[in-house]
Design a protein around this ligand. Structure first.
Ligand SMILES: Cc1cc2nc3c(=O)[nH]c(=O)nc-3n(C[C@H](O)[C@H](O)[C@H](O)COP(=O)(O)O)c2cc1C
Length: 224
C-alpha cells in the first residue's frame, strides 16, 4: 500500500480476500439488495439477501448475483436451490421489510422455511416454481441463465427475468415510470450499514453539443 498525493493505492495482489472484500464493500455503495427466494427440490422455501447484485442487461433482461460459498466450500442454500431447480425470484427490499430481511440472512439449516420464521407470506410464482414474498413491493421471477464459477469460493449467477410483480401504487402501467418514494428501496453500505433512496435529485445528461460548446444555461444544469 502506498500513500501518494492524498490517495492510498492498494495493489489487489497484496491484499487478502478479506481485505479486498472490505475495500470493495466499503466504497462500492450503495449496492441494491436482491432478496432472493428459492425452493429446494424437496419443496422447502428459502430466502436470503444478496447485495452483490445488479441488473446487467435489459435485452435480454438479465440480473446477476454474486454468491459466496460457505467456509467449507459447500453451496449456500440459494446457490444449491438455483442449481437444482433452475429458477429464483429477486424481491426488492423496502424500509418496511428490513427487519424481516435481516432474519432471512441468518445461516439456518436448509430444512427451515425462512419465510415462515421471518413472518412473511409466500405467494406462488406464476412462471417459476419458487415463490415470491407477498410483502415485498417488487419481485422479479427469473430463470437461471448461466452460472460462472469464479473460484471454488464464489459463483456468479445470471438470471433471465420472465415476469415482474410491482405494487400498483409504485408503477404507472401506461408510462412504466416508477415512483421511488413509494418504493422506498434500501441499499447496502459497508459493514452492517444500509442506506435509503429518498435523498434523490434529477440531473439530465447533457447533449454532446452542450458539453462541447458550454453556455451559461448548460453550465448551471448540474446545480439545479
Ligand atoms: C444485506 C445483506 C447482503 C448480503 N449479500 C451477500 C452477497 O452478496 N453474497 C453472499 O454470498 N452473501 C451475502 N449475504 C449473506 C447471506 O445472506 C447469508 O450467508 C445467508 O445466510 C445465505 O442464506 P442461504 O444459505 O439461505 O442462501 C448478505 C447478507 C446481508 C444481510
Amino acid at each position: 500500500m502506498t500513500l501518494h498525493n492524498g490517495y492510498h493505492a492498494f495493489d489487489f495482489s497484496d491484499l487478502t480476500a478479506r481485505e479486498a472484500y472490505k475495500v470493495m464493500i466499503g466504497t462500492i455503495v450503495p449496492r441494491p439488495i436482491a432478496w432472493v427466494t428459492t425452493i429446494s427440490p424437496d419443496g422447502v422455501v428459502n430466502a436470503a439477501p444478496y447485495s452483490f447484485f445488479n441488473c446487467l442487461s435489459a435485452d435480454p433482461p438479465i440480473l446477476a448475483l454474486g454468491v459466496e460459498n460457505k467456509p467449507d466450500r459447500s453451496f449456500k442454500d440459494t446457490a444449491y436451490n438455483i442449481r437444482m431447480t433452475e429458477c429464483f425470484t429477486v424481491n426488492i427490499v423496502d424500509r418496511a421489510n428490513v427487519q424481516a430481511m435481516s432474519v432471512t440472512a441468518a445461516g439456518v439449516a436448509p430444512e427451515v422455511d425462512e419465510l415462515k420464521i421471518a413472518g412473511l407470506t409466500a405467494a406462488p410464482g406464476d412462471r417459476v416454481a419458487c415463490p415470491r414474498i407477498a410483502e415485498a413491493p417488487v419481485a422479479f421471477e427469473c430463470e437461471r441463465y448461466l452460472g460462472i464459477n469464479i473460484s471454488s469460493a464464489r459463483e456468479i449467477i445470471l438470471g433471465r427475468i420472465v415476469r415482474a410483480h410491482i405494487r400498483e401504487d409504485i408503477i404507472d402501467p401506461a408510462t412504466f415510470y416508477s415512483d421511488h418514494e413509494k418504493l422506498d428501496a434500501l441499499g447496502r453500505m459497508g459493514g452492517n450499514g444500509y442506506a435509503g433512496t429518498l435523498d434523490y435529485f434529477d440531473l439530465p445528461t447533457p447533449t454532446a453539443e452542450e458539453v462541447l460548446k458550454p453556455t451559461r444555461a448548460s453550465l448551471t444544469l448540474g446545480n439545479s
